[in-house]
Design a protein around this ligand. Sequence first.
Ligand SMILES: [Zn+2]
Length: 415
Amino acid sequence: MFDNYQFTASERFMRYVQVDTQSDPQSNTHPTSEKQKNLSKILAEELKQIGVADAEMDEYGYVYGTIPANTEKKVPVICFCAHVDTAPDASGTGVKPILHKKYNGQDIVLPDDKNQVLRKSDFPYLQNLVGHDIITASGTTLLGSDDKAGVAEIMDAANFLITHPEVKHGTIKILFTPDEEVGKGTAKVDLQKLGADYGYTLDGGEAGSLEDETFSADAVQLVINGVITHPGYAKGKMVNALKIAADVLASLPRAELSPETTDGKQGFIHPIRVDGIAEKATIDFIIRDFVTEGLKKKEDFLLGVVEMVMENYPTANFQFNVQEQYRNMKEVLYQHPRVVEHAKEAITRSGLKVKMESIRGGTDGSRLSFMGLPCPNLFAAEQAIHSKLEFISVQDMNKAVETIVHLAKIWEEKA
Ligand SMILES: [Zn+2]
């Protein structure tokens, strides 16, 4: 199907990464940084050039577009989604992408900072890329493959579908979002307007990887009310909230249930902030697990620790407030098995091995899934993200394009 196709993903990618789209965690505007629209505008324009007639950017920097169905069958509407912003962790200003043709397995020294060296010993995935063309930044900025790789791949897949009308598909929706890196990627998304039944984010790593699981997440705020008196006349009366807070923290398990001592499918209880004065102290926790029941267990455990500590301070009191943050997308995807099944099939048809992964964090896909758009995460081939050593293989990117096209085709075939 792709034998004579001139892929455009890497060429697009090299252009998109030069547009600074860093999002801003301190901002309360939408988008959080106006400059993200610079890329969104280009994308809406290029989509129109490709033939996506209704492509448009809205006031918040979201880009929407439709590739009309070319089949008589009734096929669910599928959306492909990627985010335009880059992470605040490293500069995204003046990105100079460099194409290293036919990677030979040697170290790659980045020219603008010779201390930035890409080594196979640090990034074992490079072993798979010998013979590939690799794109890196120049040493002083991130590259922005997270997620301009996903953006470029979706653009190229749209180009392929429109120039190959013999490949049958249902209605395909394209969605580019701002602010994913600061947790606000779905804040202003209009799912009504999008009108899709199922979605796929293209924001994953290794070629062939597919993520259908994320953490489930709650926040807990513990408020401790001590008893305050003049310190000179405090004997037998004062209860210092700071000391209670310290006792609570000291009573948390260290060897388990902590981010620093867990991995894989294990969850944790993680204190992230302490505020207080002698009279009143608060501790903010985040709780993570892959199953909602596991969250509840950890919260009960934490409450038990707090109650045990508080027994020593009968005149003090506390509040324990649990707030839902997001849920494992699997809870939704489980009810729509076709979404992941078709993705596996598409990856296989692209000649890759499916690698199922779970994300120890949340994604826009987890939020979208619970907003009514079941949405696993497909590989976009991005590597060493959020760092100056970011790299990506051109051949892997093209595989992502193939996977998107196969997916569109499979949904039509199986309808
Ligand atoms: Zn991303």
